[in-house]
Design a protein around this ligand. Structure first.
Ligand code: ATR
Length: 281
């Protein structure tokens, strides 16, 4: 069969998803296409949904600003996406739209691809910095992997608190201010930066000063523009192994592709290729 895939969102002209999914189609030996369906808030969401229905896509991705707005139009929502309150992948199952969120699992896959044993100790202590949509997905995926100690540091502590309440019981997880987190950074085995602080053009900014850290603690940033953020540079200078944001982009796409085609593609040298592509931008 031929797969007709798409992305909806705004703005998406510079999206890397067509590059990624066309490569995946090739790798999987499938014929198909991945179209951009860009529309801004001025156009009717309902009309665009009708158009998408008519196009009979086999599946599509949803990005900013429509990850929540799409939800009432779905026939079914996967429990993880439901808990996250956001959908980034829709599968057309015999005319029924089923919504998923691949961000959290994609992130965990990317982390384990770089550091295979990283989550084998379920007692490991994780610090999540930020409490937006991405943090929500990563938190759920890590809790689902049995990790019980995930603290969240955020400027707005009520948002961090709301994430801890997603799983019913908070386990041993705590909410911290950014300043508090900075003081106890040495306690953590993995530190994951999910805020937009440090994103181009503000590449010199770092949400936290990385100085006193635990030996072998892994520092991860989901920002991929720039590839090596100020946060990651500081961590590297302090001797930490680091984990790059562009890998999450690839693995969340891998999981979405799997939902559409039931084929798991291996990334091969795509991490390196994407890195070069991003460096050239
Ligand atoms: P996403 O869905 O991509 O995760 P988001 O929902 O906009 O993005 O979340 C952005 C995150 O970056 C939030 O944790 C936000 O902190 P608040 O919850 O306090 O708003 C954080 N953030 C953005 N700009 C920030 C800044 N200048 N200082 C501190 N935190 C910031």
């Amino acid at each position: 069969m031929e797969y007709h895939l798409a992305l909806i969102g705004y703005p998406i002209k510079h999206s890397l998803s067509p590059w990624i999914h066309n490569k995946f189609l090739d790798k999987a030996g499938l014929r198909g296409s991945y179209e951009l369906h860009e529309f801004d808030r001025a156009s009717s969401f309902e009309e665009n949904i009708k158009l998408l229905k008519r196009k009979k896509y086999d599946g599509f991705n949803v990005t900013v600003p429509y990850k929540q707005e799409i939800m009432p139009y779905l026939d079914e929502i996967d429990p993880i996406a439901d808990k996250m309150g956001a959908v980034n992948t829709v599968v057309n199952k015999h005319g029924k739209w089923v919504g998923y969120n691949t961000d959290g699992i994609g992130y965990v896959r990317s982390l384990e691809a770089a550091y295979p044993d990283v989550l084998s100790n379920q007692e490991c202590q994780i610090l999540l910095i930020g409490a937006g949509g991405a943090a929500r997905g990563i938190y759920c995926a890590l809790r689902n992997r049995g990790i019980s100690r995930i603290d969240i540091a955020n400027r707005t502590q009520t948002s961090a608190s709301a994430i801890l309440d997603l799983n019913g019981n908070r386990g041993n997880c705590a909410v911290l201010s950014i300043q508090e987190a900075e003081k106890v950074l040495k306690d953590y085995d993995i530190v994951i930066q999910t805020t937009s602080v440090g994103m181009r053009p503000n590449s010199k900014d770092s949400i936290i000063q990385v100085a006193h850290i635990k030996d072998k603690a892994i520092f991860s940033d989901i920002i991929y523009q720039p590839l090596k953020t100020a946060f990651l540079s500081q961590a590297e200078a302090a001797g930490a192994p680091i984990h790059f944001g562009h890998t999450m982009l690839l693995y969340q796409a891998q999981y979405a592709f799997e939902k559409w085609t039931e084929k798991r593609v291996t990334l091969g040298n795509m991490e390196e290729e994407l890195k070069l592509l991003l460096e050239g931008r």
